[in-house]
Design a binder for this molecule. Structure first.
Ligand SMILES: *[C@@H]1O[C@H](CO)[C@@H](O)[C@H](O)[C@H]1NC(C)=O
Ligand SMILES: *[C@@H]1O[C@H](CO)[C@@H](O)[C@H](O)[C@H]1NC(C)=O
Ligand SMILES: *[C@@H]1O[C@H](CO)[C@@H](O)[C@H](O)[C@H]1NC(C)=O
Ligand SMILES: *[C@@H]1O[C@H](CO)[C@@H](O)[C@H](O)[C@H]1NC(C)=O
Ligand SMILES: *[C@@H]1O[C@H](CO)[C@@H](O)[C@H](O)[C@H]1NC(C)=O
Ligand SMILES: *[C@@H]1O[C@H](CO)[C@@H](O)[C@H](O)[C@H]1NC(C)=O
Ligand SMILES: *[C@@H]1O[C@H](CO)[C@@H](O)[C@H](O)[C@H]1NC(C)=O
Ligand SMILES: *[C@@H]1O[C@H](CO)[C@@H](O)[C@H](O)[C@H]1NC(C)=O
Length: 322
């Protein structure tokens, strides 16, 4: 077969197997030839640009991280020392709304959450994945380095790390236009999009050393001191270039002893951060413009209302087992 016939055949097969988000052709995505366009700008229009080269679907990228004090699966699964853990890289719409599980042909999540594509009973059911865990896809490419890194910094709570990675891929990565299968062209090797997404998510995570940035502002995990939302936001805004979203769990401030009588119903345990960006060209390249968070923090805003807890000693890698 001539290369052209082969490419045409591959395109047909891929086209039949995968209903891509943007109907990109499978043959021409040489992004080096395309001027990179800023997502969420008027130019990032799928009719004007190659949506494999400019993010035209989920142009508001969120790099998300967790702060946890345990995993629930110690001693096998533990937290890294002095580091927030990776949550994921999400493609929100420019408005801040989002979709999920956009390509059910790439559904590898053993416990889909939500279990329908629109999180409502009338949505398309997301079937649970019964196949091998997602690390087997990485092993097929010999990417044990990635697996090691991910087991250190991309750590799940209450279930195996591989479930979490599969969840992040299937729920979020499938909603980017730039990780769509046709973007890999006629030479696509099954699951290379999975490797590509994990590498990209890691690249973005590494740009946001949240623990260090807070430490520089003298905000360190403590079971004795409390902190103010404003100080945390200020420190991370200064370092990242835009206001991130801070997520909290735990009791509402006015239900705690410290907040008794207050009208502040925000939650009090710091547990997440989301950094927002628009992206220039492909997210894989990592060129971006920071933007302020589009979601408001649900954390308590009163002075000194927030706990940034120390991890449980036996839950941290390299510390002595308790
Ligand atoms: C892709 O093609 C399908 C089927 O023709 C169509 O329903 C859908 O609207 C198209 N999507 C885009 C983004 O053009
Ligand atoms: C891709 O190739 C098709 C067919 O040759 C062409 O119509 C289209 O404009 C090309 N797309 C880009 C972004 O170059
Ligand atoms: C999805 O989850 C909801 C809430 O847990 C449950 O009531 C429903 O039966 C589930 N639907 C499917 C299709 O599994
Ligand atoms: C699904 O239900 C929601 C609210 O219950 C409704 O707003 C929406 O239009 C429904 N969608 C479909 C596709 O029926
Ligand atoms: C906390 O504040 C909310 C809203 O004002 C109120 O409904 C709730 O009763 C309060 N809870 C306590 C324990 O004071
Ligand atoms: C809560 O109380 C403060 C003063 O104690 C007041 O400035 C603020 O408007 C109140 N907020 C709400 C939501 O009632
Ligand atoms: C974020 O919001 C602040 C306050 O409104 C504003 O001064 C700043 O320019 C905004 N930053 C970005 C990157 O848009
Ligand atoms: C700090 O407090 C958290 C939350 O109660 C707890 O999970 C953790 O084990 C504590 N860490 C230490 C070192 O006491």
């Amino acid at each position: 077969m001539s290369p052209l016939t082969y490419a045409a055949l591959a395109a047909t097969l891929l086209g039949a197997a995968h209903c891509s988000l943007y109907n990109e052709s499978s043959v021409n995505h040489t992004c080096i030839l395309d001027p990179p366009v800023l997502s969420c700008s008027p130019g990032a229009d799928p009719l004007k640009v190659d949506s494999c080269c400019t993010e035209t679907f989920g142009g508001l990228l969120l790099q998300t991280q967790f702060w946890s004090t345990y995993t629930g699966l110690e001693p096998l699964q533990r937290l890294p020392i002095d580091t927030w853990t990776n949550h994921g890289l999400w493609p929100d719409f420019c408005s801040g709304a989002y979709t999920q599980y956009c390509d059910l042909n790439r559904q590898y999540d053993p416990v889909p959450s939500p279990n329908t594509t629109n999180a409502l009973p009338n949505g398309t059911v997301v079937p649970a994945w019964k196949g091998p865990s997602i690390d087997t896809f990485l092993k097929a490419f010999g990417r044990y380095d990635l697996i090691d890194w991910m087991n250190t910094y991309w750590v799940n709570q209450g279930a195996p790390n591989t479930d979490f990675w599969a969840h992040e891929f299937s729920k979020h990565a499938t909603c980017f236009s730039t990780f769509d299968i046709p973007c890999y062209g006629p030479q696509y090797v099954e699951h290379e999009d999975v490797v590509d997404f994990f590498e990209t998510a890691i690249k973005w995570y590494k740009r946001y050393p949240t623990w260090e940035w807070l430490n520089e502002a003298k905000i360190v995990p403590s079971n004795k001191t409390t902190y103010s939302l404003g100080d945390i936001e200020k420190a991370l805004t200064k370092k990242s270039g835009a206001k991130p979203y801070i997520g909290c769990s735990g009791p509402r401030y006015n239900t705690t002893d410290a907040g008794k009588g207050s009208n502040d119903t925000g939650r009090t345990v710091v547990s997440e951060v989301w950094y927002f960006n628009h992206v220039i060209g492909r997210p894989q390249e990592g060129n971006s413009v920071p933007v302020n968070a589009t979601s408001n923090s649900g954390c308590a805003k009163s002075a000194g209302a927030l706990h940034y807890y120390e991890p449980t000693p036996g839950s941290v890698q390299g510390s002595k087992k308790s």
